[in-house]
Design a protein around this ligand. Structure first.
Ligand code: SAM
Ligand code: SF4
Ligand code: SF4
Length: 336
């Protein structure tokens, strides 16, 4: 295993690959319609990394210590034949884990083709259990029931427990926290409550819109007592709790109120092949250019290592009223 570390001695373990910047939802906190409307210029096909290129990059990252790969976007299932990419990545020696983050809005057969291709873990995003709130947040009138079916099918296909990501926006869906906690506890899945973050510059983020991890825990504890759990591994982003009655666990991702940059071991590749070492970065190194100029595995490794060794990112620890207004790339492009 490589000993590549950045300037804060953080290793490179996880790779998040955005396979498309497009999405069939318009979640107000991620791709608000006013910005991502009909006029919005998404990346043309030729600018996206091909599956060959993604595989080549993955091989280089694995040689540098990456063991976990997550496919995200945009909505990764919008990318044609994602299953064949998964099968290729699953065959790369050293890749131990392939996970997908999806909005769970696709035909249920896909759950099984993803499993057959070698996908190991499924994370599904869902922000409320009532249609009124969920539709207001996804902004494309998509019903809750279809996502619940996707989650149930995922469990049947062998992905249990499914992780369910819920972004909490104060005054918008905090009332949905308890119904979500009750439902996923009962069904044996792991709900992860996510503090609303100031990613990109189009969601109009304000600190006042953030419900903090502490406040979320208090809401749940009022009905379902919780006990903190140890992290599974260094760099785990969710604080874990178990229900005191032993009926399962829940995670809270407190990126705003309790940043975890100190252990951040993730690299991200945007859909057009730029390497970002922080979710809040302004620019990324152009790996696609290197690939298309014929770089071999050693050259790719050298380029990635050079970026990682210089890495100083700790945006969330430095976040302030001023930083929220800084230019940043959009999450749908860089991959959540
Ligand atoms: N489309 C897929 C989905 O929604 O699961 C994958 C991409 S999405 C950008 C990845 C995750 O980022 C989702 O769980 C989403 O809820 C989360 N996310 C997006 N915008 C966010 C924000 N402003 N704050 C916190 N989480 C956010
Ligand atoms: Fe699409 Fe996911 Fe962003 Fe929602 S959070 S707009 S589903 S990419
Ligand atoms: Fe990692 Fe950047 Fe998030 Fe800090 S702000 S945890 S460095 S992605």
């Amino acid at each position: 295993m490589s000993t590549l570390v950045d300037t804060f001695a953080r290793p490179l373990h996880d790779l998040r690959i955005s396979v498309t910047d497009r999405c069939n939802f318009r979640c107000t906190y991620c791709m608000p319609k006013e910005v991502f409307g009909k006029q919005y210029q998404f990346l043309p096909q030729e600018q996206l990394l091909s599956f060959d290129e993604i595989e080549q990059l993955t091989r280089a990252f694995v040689a540098l210590g990456v063991r976990k790969v997550r496919l995200t976007g945009g909505e990764p299932l919008m990318r044609k034949d994602l299953e064949s990419l998964i099968a290729r990545l699953a065959a790369v020696p050293g890749v131990q884990d392939i996970a997908l983050t999806t909005n769970g809005s696709f035909p249920l057969e896909r759950v099984h083709s993803l499993k057959a291709a070698g996908l190991k873990r499924m994370t599904v995003s869902l922000d409320a259990l009532d249609d009124e709130t969920f539709k207001r947040m996804n902004d494309v009138d998509f019903p809750v029931e279809r996502v619940l079916e996707w989650i149930a099918e995922s469990a049947r296909a062998g992905f249990a427990p499914v992780k369910v990501n819920m972004v909490v926006k104060r005054g918008v869906n905090e009332h949905a926290i308890l119904p979500m906690a009750r439902y996923f506890r009962q069904h044996g899945h792991i709900l992860r409550l996510i503090e609303y973050m100031d990613v990109g510059h189009s969601n109009g983020w304000r600190m006042d819109d953030v419900l903090t991890a502490r406040q979320m825990v208090d809401i749940i504890q009022a009905e379902l007592p919780l006990e903190p759990l140890e992290a599974n591994y260094r760099g785990e982003v969710a604080e874990r709790y178990r229900y005191a009655d032993g009926s399962g666990e829940i995670g809270i991702i407190a990126s705003v109120s309790q940043p975890f940059c100190g252990d951040c071991s993730r690299a991200r590749i945007s859909a057009d092949g730029r390497l970002f070492t922080c979710l809040f970065a302004v620019g990324g190194a152009d790996l696609r250019g290197l690939l298309r100029r014929g770089a071999d595995n050693a050259a790719l490794q050298a380029a990635i290592a050079a970026v990682w060794q210089k890495r100083t990112d700790r945006y969330s620890e430095l976040r302030s009223a001023n930083t929220a207004a800084l230019p940043k790339v959009e999450m749908s492009y860089i991959g959540g």
